[in-house]
Design a protein around this ligand. Structure first.
Ligand code: 2RA
Length: 409
């Protein structure tokens, strides 16, 4: 048992944190320290990737409470040193033995690495927050967008899945509306940035820009096998020959139903556009009852994680550059769908940072909620810490034999 878990037990007995008085006054780390609770040990699996790097930035920016940090990557990066928050860290090769004494493991190393190492992390006592598609649709693995279904976190058995980026970005504003008036159907078209395909794809887009400026006859095209700059194309995930939908589109369909915990008909068209790091989506909704524009705007203005950019006079609406590096999802073009009589239809256009809210931020929010849950439970004397609910550990049943997908995130 890690020291964090032991301390949760101690705290349960002591039951001495006046949580409501402290909440909002200081960071989660300060709260834990003041309460005498031992901070969790954190590992980042895939630290050299775009999302791994964002994990580092967010843990520092959000003052995430941790005692020790382990940075894990492939053998290629092992041994590299990085200075982080004033301390030197050596990147270690991820192996099955990497997770001793780790309380929370943030995984973003691709689906095959998650399938290989997440079980070992769970067996070693860690809770895995996994950014890949490896476990998302497995029963018993919560699939969580904290603005939508934070309560699902408590049901984890060692692994919590972070949804696909396009799903997260769509779900946050749509859920806010759905809570008020049920959404009966979602039609979404995405405009997805290179970041969704990883740091190498971002580098290739930049390289293609340089190659083009230099007048090269052929631009570098190792990642997507085609010219990307000045172009756009159907999402690079595998296409189902029977239905014609690609994997990215099917993720948006299936994951939304799991996150909302109800059948929501979704149809999606996913497109890769030559943008570096924020995705956009055009979302068309059909409601069970009329939803007028003013009401939709007011709901979205008050929705957590949403910022409105909707200036018709100046033609200012959400754009990828506006959303890049930001936590919130920008929502605009809020207007009735005139093709659906009676006010049952609504149109939205959104932009959200794929690396941040579409991946790293969502996972860090889940980790924050894990810590908060452990602290709340300890205070109320009802639980044994961060692994509450996860006694089943890995051997009791996650499958690592899900079909391989080319697009693992
Ligand atoms: C993308 N599915 O292709 C990825 C991001 N998770 O953009």
């Amino acid at each position: 048992m890690s020291s964090f878990l032991k301390m949760s037990l101690v705290l349960r007995r002591a039951n001495r944190v006046n949580q409501s008085a402290m909440r909002g006054l200081c960071s989660q780390a300060q709260e834990l320290e003041r309460s005498g609770m031992v901070l969790p040990n954190v590992a980042i699996a895939g630290v050299t990737g775009a999302v791994g790097q964002e994990f580092l930035e967010l843990l520092e920016a959000r003052k995430f409470p941790f005692a020790n940090l382990k940075l894990l990557a492939s053998a290629r990066s092992a041994g590299k040193k990085i200075t982080y928050m004033g301390k030197e860290y050596t990147i270690e090769e991820m192996t099955e033995d990497s997770f001793e004494n780790v309380d929370i493991a943030l995984f973003s190393a691709g689906g095959s690495q998650s399938k290989k190492y997440a079980p070992a992390a769970v067996d070693a006592g860690a809770v895995v927050v996994d950014n890949s598609s490896a476990f998302r649709m497995q029963p018993g693995v919560p699939l969580v967008v904290p603005e939508v279904n934070p309560e699902a976190i408590r049901a984890h058995r060692g692994i919590i899945a972070n949804p696909n980026c396009s799903t997260i970005l769509m779900n946050v504003p749509v859920w806010a509306l759905h809570k008020e008036v049920p959404v009966k159907r979602i039609v979404v078209s995405t405009y997805q940035a290179s970041s969704g395909a990883g740091a190498e794809a971002m580098r290739e887009l930049e390289q293609q820009a340089r190659d083009w400026v230099e007048g090269k006859e052929e631009v570098k095209q190792d990642i997507f096998g085609r010219q990307y700059i000045w172009n756009l194309f159907s999402h690079n995930s595998a296409v189902c020959l029977e239905t014609g939908y690609n994997e990215e589109e099917l993720k948006m369909v299936k994951e939304t139903t799991k996150i909302f915990d109800e059948q929501i008909p979704v149809t999606a068209t996913c497109i890769r556009v030559p943008v570096l790091r924020a995705h956009c989506e055009a979302i068309n909704l059909t409601f069970a009852e009329p939803m007028d524009e003013a009401r939709a705007r007011s709901i979205l203005e008050n929705a957590p994680g949403v910022s409105i950019v909707d200036d018709r006079e100046n033609n200012q609406f959400p754009e990828p550059l506006m959303a890049s590096g930001k936590d919130d999802i920008f929502v605009g073009r809020i207007r009735p769908d005139l093709s659906q009589p009676g006010g049952y239809g609504l149109e939205l256009f959104i932009a959200g940072d794929q690396i941040r809210k579409g991946a790293a931020l969502n996972a860090v929010q889940i980790a924050e909620q894990l810590v908060q849950n452990a602290r709340d439970d300890a205070t109320e004397g009802v639980s044994v810490g961060i692994k509450q609910g996860s006694e089943a550990v890995f051997s009791r049943g996650f499958s690592t034999s899900a079909p391989e997908e080319k697009n693992e995130d």
